[in-house]
Design a protein. Structure first.
Lengths: 153, 153
DNA sequence: CGGAATCCCAAGCGATACTG
DNA sequence: CAGTATCGCTTGGGATTCCG
């Protein structure tokens, strides 16, 4: 995070001068994009389209759990952001082909980084979740940290 | 999931307190992690904690828009996944320090890849969204692709 | 075939109030 | 200080139906 996109507070807890997003929140572009990526199907669709162009129902069959509605919405989102293209072939019955744009393909790399991380650490995460879940019952005492923080501000 | 044995439910109905999540979709670990990353605050919190450990209210002040509720939930999520640690200092008033674990820090790199991509292409995306938004009204004709797909079957 | 429209439930999230 | 509890609004998303 090369640090220029969001007014993340610097090292010291400063009085905090935020450029106030006066109106509603639009957040930083990172958050914005991340929410796209975080929805249930976008990543999967991008990855599949990363292989080759797909027709609508072909894509539908290629991604088992998805509904037509969500496939359509996801594709519209990608199209709107310029990540995927939509080509309509005026045949009967109509044929529509979706493909990643250059921009869309440029996302594949960064996406893979996170995806690889997820694959690599999935078991560790799963174990952590299980462990924390158990500790809910055993509910031990308070940790004894190596140093004591002075709360006195 | 767990197997091939046909364990016929016996006379006794299983008490079933916990929804043992025979749920159809647990999806792949990638999707699972991506949804965590895709929620509204997780990434921001991870990035901020990536700088140094923070106390709760310090973190609260450091992330302008977030509510206590969502900060708590986000931190609990990170803790559950083993990405962040929570250290309680038995002082008065109490002091709680949050920090990234090694696992959490290992996510910073991959996350940066996507974040940098977002920063780098935010304007292109914004222009695309604006353009598509306009085309909703001008609503042009059908594209004329270079080849004709045979709809076949 | 490739959608759009509608319905409806569940999850995400924010605001507020209360607590140890 | 560091939370928890409750409420209600807003989105996300699945199922179904209809249409060019």
């Amino acid at each position: 995070m090369s640090g220029t996109h969001t007014d993340v507070p610097s090292m010291v807890a400063t009085p905090l001068v935020l450029p106030v997003v006066a109106d509603e929140y639009e957040q930083c572009p990172v958050t914005d994009v991340l929410r796209r990526v975080g929805d249930k199907w976008t990543v999967l669709v991008v990855v599949v389209l990363g292989q080759r162009p797909y027709r609508f129902n072909e894509l539908h069959r290629g991604i088992p759990g998805i509904s037509q509605r969500m496939l359509t919405r996801t594709l519209r989102g990608l199209e709107e952001d310029g990540l995927a293209s939509r080509a309509v072939f005026p045949t009967v019955p109509p044929s529509v082909e979706y493909a990643l744009t250059d921009l869309g393909r440029s996302l594949l790399g960064p996406l893979s980084a996170v995806a690889d991380w997820a694959v690599e650490h999935q078991e560790q995460i799963a174990r952590s979740r299980a462990r924390v879940g158990q500790e809910r019952f055993t509910a031990g005492g308070v940790q004894e940290p190596s140093r004591i923080a002075a709360p006195g501000q």
